[in-house]
Design a protein around this ligand. Structure first.
Ligand SMILES: [Zn+2]
Length: 319
């Protein structure tokens, strides 16, 4: 049975005890650029549904997750349920709604439109905290997590994003990408998972005749990658894709190489086709090399490598 996804507000009534921080504010440093024209984004539309209908079981699971979070988050936090998302944090309901409407829902809709065959069938929790201090407090209070990224992180087992939203929305879309890819292609190799997620750190929501999509933009990771290329310290693509040690000592550069190879594929018009080929043959091609060969049938690996290096060299930080 299907039900129409009505956003269910699970707010805290006892707000009078809550000395809300003035720093809780709408996104000021949001790297995600909203679409210029989006018929779904009328000023009076409060919620953007990710899908036309939501499974009743999923809606019930989201409510159960919200009920579980309610005492854990405490009265200083609000919770908004908009299946498959359970969005909570020390922001006002209006601010949580804005993050859902302007960032979470359009990003999920765009990825569903262009990449995914399987949609989330279990809740994804998105925790948004207004300051570095409250983010660190709740990460420790809820999960005993310490020494965390200043931006935010994703907890795969809990399907939960924990975000310091004062740093902007780019990392939110990055971690959201991981949460959604996990439903559609759980065995995705690290390089592509991080490449696609990082591509979305700096992005623009677009819409064309095929519906919404996310355009990756140049970001801060470019300068380091260009330096590494100039110093001849970047491995050939075929070696990079084969190497299973993404999180090793070269992790920072690996993120850049993965991100800009995804941008390269997007600019060449083959990123969606690549994702599809990767998912389809993930068992036989777990690193996604054959999928690269399939979307660039006219290039040898050496030619592709040279073209990619030139692409990176030609990118401008201001693009
Ligand atoms: Zn990531």
């Amino acid at each position: 049975m299907l039900v129409t996804p009505g956003p269910i507000i699970w707010g805290s009534i006892a707000l009078s005890n809550y000395a809300r921080s003035d720093s809780a504010r709408p996104p000021a440093n949001n790297e995600v650029i909203p679409a210029q024209t989006n018929p779904q984004r009328e000023p009076n539309v409060q919620f953007v549904a990710v899908a036309d209908t939501v499974d009743e079981t999923l809606a019930a699971a989201c409510l159960a997750r919200a009920a579980e979070l309610r005492p854990a988050l405490g009265e200083k936090c609000e919770i908004l349920v908009a299946a498959p998302f359970v969005i909570g944090g020390d922001l006002s309901l209006a601010e949580l709604t804005t993050w859902h409407r302007q960032t979470i829902a359009p990003a999920a809709a765009a990825m569903a439109n262009r990449y995914f065959e399987k949609q989330p069938d279990r809740p994804i929790t998105v925790l948004l905290f207004s300051t570095k201090e409250s983010y660190e407090y709740y990460a420790n209070h809820l999960y005993r997590d310490r020494g965390i990224s200043i931006y935010g992180y994703y907890k795969p087992r809990e399907r939960t994003l924990v975000m310091n939203i004062s740093t902007g929305g780019g990392t939110l879309v990055h971690e959201l990408t991981h949460a959604l890819v996990a439903f559609d292609c759980p065995d995705v190799p690290d390089w592509f998972n991080e490449g696609l997620a990082s591509l979305h750190e700096q992005c623009r929501f677009r819409e064309d005749q095929r519906g919404p999509w996310i355009e990756g933009l140049v970001n801060w990771r470019l300068a380091r990658l260009q330096q590494e290329f100039a110093a001849k310290r970047v491995p050939a693509l075929v070696d990079f894709l084969q190497d299973d040690n993404f999180r090793g000592e070269r992790e920072a550069v690996n993120y850049g190489q993965a991100r800009y190879f995804c941008l390269f594929m997007q600019r060449r018009g083959v990123l969606e086709k690549y994702y599809s080929a990767l998912r389809q043959n993930i068992d036989e091609d777990p690193r996604g090399l054959k999928a690269v060969a399939a979307v660039f049938p006219d290039r040898t690996w050496a030619e592709l490598d040279a073209e990619f290096r030139q692409f990176v060299a030609d990118l401008q930080a201001s693009e």
